[in-house]
Design a protein around this ligand. Structure first.
Ligand code: PLP
Length: 409
């Protein structure tokens, strides 16, 4: 099967050459990397931006009165501008650097949540959520007397919108949900859900971990209150991510962490805080990570994104076609709209055994509960095997996955 097409302006061969890791061999086989929902591989442009910073510009930012610090600060703030444009943020001061979605959600939970939630308030989260969008809310609700309530999903893996409507009332202060499910690929109708939540006065936090690599996100068009994503799922480095918030909300929120850089003036009589975004950026930041993320955003901006979406959709379609012929294979979830994430079970082969066996063929998939235990409970399974596709995957990769599965059926 020829699988290196030019997909509507996206030259897959060229894209693949941008990612050095795709040339690796694993256990004597060419690497077939199908674990992109866990983390994506990094293009040369990102690796080079990080290396350039450490080789030529290494200094702390916003502090030193010297050339290296100036260069580091300029690159650091240019990344913030690039991310602001990437999300269509009204202003770059609404871009807060965090370690990733986990820290983004914790920041909102511990800062906004602790100052806005009280006894009797309700926080709604779909069964689809990643643990990083459940546990921080459980912690903050335990401290404030608010409650966390799951929004039901249909067997397909789509949010039950009728059930959501039945739950929404003026005691709901927040709806938090992922834009795309990491476990089964559901693309949630976030614009619609935001409209419904806003109608009862609730704020909405969107976890964009699995969305930003697949299509352009516009926070103003979504009309969300908070949006967060991780750099490492967007071809950028680990340990860096973004929290975007509405300016009036961020302004009113207390700092999350205290320390250097987030202050205006410190005395033992009292401390005043810096303005946005620095109020939320205590301590020396992950400078190389920010610069690497800026490079990742520029890399993605240079791709034909519409072509990439078509390509990924065609990989999922091809996957479903081949999966239908594999004896004993069951797909978990079949959402109305899905990104290139395929979660499945193979009769007689535990997902973790399948993962190890595929690894022997050089095929990397994720197995387990995908940090979504409530969703696994909803489906009555302990975990699944998951193949997740991105811009550089090909039909050959899909063929390899199913040839690998056939060895064990
Ligand atoms: N939310 C979703 C939907 C995810 O897929 C992930 C990571 O797998 C996270 C949150 C957590 O992201 P991070 O570990 O980068 O903070």
């Amino acid at each position: 099967m020829d699988s290196h097409p030019v997909s509507a302006g996206l030259d897959i061969d060229r894209v693949r050459r941008d990612f050095p890791a795709l040339g690796l061999e694993v256990h004597g086989h060419p690497l077939v990397y199908l674990d992109n929902a866990a983390t994506t591989q990094k293009p040369e442009a990102v690796i080079e931006a990080i290396s350039h910073y450490y080789r030529f510009d290494n200094a702390n930012v916003h502090r030193g009165a010297h050339a290296l610090s100036d260069r580091a600060t300029t690159a650091f703030e240019q990344s913030r501008e690039a991310v602001a444009a990437f999300l269509n943020s009204p202003h770059s001061r609404q871009i807060i650097w965090v370690r990733g979605v986990t820290e983004g959600v914790n920041l909102v939970a511990h800062s906004w949540g602790r100052s806005n939630l009280e006894e009797g308030d309700r926080v709604l989260l779909p069964y689809l959520e990643h643990h990083s969008d459940i546990v921080p809310w459980q912690m903050v609700c335990a401290a404030t007397g608010a409650t966390v309530e799951p929004i039901p999903i249909l067997d397909s893996g789509d949010i039950d919108l009728d059930a959501l409507d039945g739950m929404l009332d003026e005691r709901v202060k927040l709806v938090a949900l992922n834009h795309v499910s990491n476990a089964i690929g559901t693309v949630n109708p976030v614009r619609d859900i935001i409209r419904r939540a806003h109608a009862v006065g609730a704020k909405v936090l969107v976890d964009g971990a699995q969305a930003v690599a697949h299509w352009p996100v516009d926070v103003q068009a979504l009309d969300c209150d908070f949006y967060t994503f991780s750099g490492h799922k967007l071809f950028g480095p680990t340990g860096i991510g973004v929290l975007w918030g509405r300016e009036e909300l961020l302004d009113a929120m207390p700092p999350f962490l205290g320390g250097g850089e987030m202050i205006e003036r410190v005395s033992f009589e009292g401390t005043t805080f810096n303005s946005l975004p620095f109020k939320f950026e205590a301590g020396t930041p992950n400078i190389a990570g920010v610069i690497g993320l800026g490079a990742a955003v520029r890399y993605v901006n240079g791709l034909d994104r519409a072509g990439a979406a078509v390509h990924e959709a065609s990989l999922l379609e091809y996957t479903l076609e081949l999966a239908a012929d594999i004896p004993g294979l069951t797909r978990v979830g079949a959402p109305l709209e899905s990104v290139g994430i395929f979660s499945f079970l193979l009769e007689g082969c535990h997902p973790s055994d399948l993962g190890m066996l595929l690894d022997q063929q050089g095929i990397a998939v994720r197995t387990g509960h995908h940090c979504t235990q409530p969703l696994m409970d909803r489906y009555g399974v302990p975990g699944t095997a998951r193949a997740s596709y991105t811009i550089y995957n090909t039909r050959d990769d899909v063929d390899a996955l199913f040839e690998g599965c056939l060895l064990y059926t």
